[in-house]
Design a protein around this ligand. Structure first.
Ligand code: 1HE
Length: 268
């Protein structure tokens, strides 16, 4: 029996964000290629809704963009005259959506190609792993458009590449190539043209086999530990480690290794 599509997912798809399950991986597609997947308000709400309502069987997710570019950032045609209060709410709406991705129930891998610019880069930086193909380029044109990042970029981008590099990108309009982007830490993987989605799904499929509590620890505890003073971080780590190792799944996995039934770590 085929299940009726979830009304929230149907509405998201109508607004340019579709979701399909591939095994335990939710594959989320930005589908507005004629506008280079520029993110209008409806798409931001759709992203929020998709990630706040991932099916329980989704143990990892992938985001990719249809067409020649991952994402051209904020839909500039919607850049209205807003007063300060409206501007804050608009930016906070992006924060809610991107936080739903970063702090959702499943680790998220992005497959990047073509333009990863402005809010598109902010979106990619809210995910846990970025896989770029060699057509990818990164920029923050907000600086030259007389605006500022508003989707969490000033918090997340410096964590990946450092404050000085982000300031340079915004002051000078610097564009990073796929190779340089990987070198400075914008992506963790670099693959040949057209290969990013397959690689992202391969990684997500593997991530989906981890113990759920390990994935939770990595996506929810790790980023917080990194923000804490060292002494608090050590304490949180000890709590998280004890919770993770107490789970029955951890015991089963460790026993399997000790009995020679689990894979060894192989030289790369
Ligand atoms: C758009 C947008 C957009 C394309 N908003 N409509 N982002 C930017 O400043 C990047 C602006 N975009 C570009 O630099 C280029 O479009 C691309 C390098 C991404 C792609 O170039 P290309 O030659 O493949 O496409 P195109 O011909 O420029 O665009 C195709 C259509 O998409 C065209 O519309 P059409 O009706 O004339 O066909 C473009 O107008 C439209 N389009 N990008 C609206 N961004 C939370 S704050 C975040 C702040 C920001 O993200 S600011 C950075 C915005």
């Amino acid at each position: 029996m085929t299940q009726a599509p979830h009304p929230i997912m149907e509405r998201a798809a109508a607004n340019g964000v579709s979701m399909d399950m591939q095994g335990a991986v939710a594959v989320v597609r930005l589908c507005r290629p004629t506008k280079r997947n520029a993110l209008n308000d409806a798409m931001i709400e759709a992203l929020r809704d998709v990630f706040q309502n991932l099916p329980p069987e989704a143990r990892a997710a992938v985001i990719y963009g249809e067409g020649d570019h991952f994402c051209a950032g904020l839909d500039l045609s919607e850049l209205k005259e807003r007063d300060a209060g409206e501007g804050i709410h608009h930016s906070r709406g992006w924060h809610t959506a991107l936080n739903a991705i970063e702090q959702g129930p499943a680790p998220v891998v992005t497959a990047l190609h073509g333009a990863v610019v402005g809010g598109g880069l902010e979106l990619a930086c809210a995910t846990h792993i970025r896989v770029a193909d060699d057509t990818t380029f990164y920029a923050l044109p907000e600086g030259t458009r007389g605006i500022f990042v508003g989707g969490g970029g000033s918090v997340r981008v410096p964590k990946l590449i450092g404050t000085a590099r982000m300031i340079d990108m915004m002051l000078t309009g610097r564009v990073y190539s796929a190779q340089d982007g990987e070198h400075v830490g914008l992506a963790q993987y670099l693959v040949h043209k057209g290969g990013a989605l397959d690689k992202a799904i391969e990684l997500a499929t593997r991530i989906a086999t981890n113990a759920p509590l390990t994935n939770f620890a990595l996506t929810h505890a790790m980023p917080r530990i990194a923000e804490q003073p060292a002494d608090h971080g050590f304490f949180t780590e000890a709590l998280m480690a004890s919770i993770a190792q107490a789970a029955p799944e951890a015991k089963t996995r460790v026993r399997a290794f000790l009995e020679g039934k689990a894979a060894k770590v192989k030289k790369a």
